[in-house]
Design a protein. Structure first.
Length: 145
């Protein structure tokens, strides 16, 4: 479900052969499903996972991985998705990484707030694996321009 008006995902991600994707989500089951779906959508993609915003920031600031796209849950312990998004969009090295909100929230307010903070897209977690694959295909198609 697309809420509000979002920027098109742009940048170097569109020209990468081995896409490096970070999913920041505290739900281990969602991490596993996301990884499986992404391997169907793009077998060359490399997925990294963080269980909350703090862990996600550590991975990004470590510089050991070159993330081209972030999928971000909103409701997490320690540091939630909005806090994480606000921090990375204020960091010169991280602000250009497109962020896709990946959440169970259906609240339009969440969509508007995250768009204002710099999210490129708002994606509601689907109820089926097949729908997840379709949604990821759509997001990556936009990213690949």
């Amino acid at each position: 479900m697309l809420i509000g008006h979002y920027k098109t995902i742009i940048g170097t991600f569109a020209h990468m052969t081995n896409k490096v994707i970070l999913l920041v989500d505290d739900d281990i089951d969602d991490q596993e499903l996301f990884g499986e779906a992404m391997s169907i959508v793009d077998s060359a993609a490399v997925c990294h996972f963080a269980s909350d915003g703090e862990e996600g920031l550590e991975l990004l600031k470590d510089n050991s991985i070159d993330v081209q796209l972030i999928f971000l849950d909103l409701n997490m312990p320690k540091m939630n998705g909005k806090q994480f998004l606000e921090i990375i969009k204020q960091n010169e090295q991280l602000e250009k990484i497109p962020v896709v909100i990946f959440t169970t929230s259906l609240r339009e307010k969440d969509g508007l707030e995250t768009a204002a903070l710099g999210a490129a897209h708002f994606m509601t977690k689907p109820s089926s694996f097949g729908e997840l694959v379709k949604q990821l295909e759509g997001v990556l198609e936009k990213a690949l321009g």
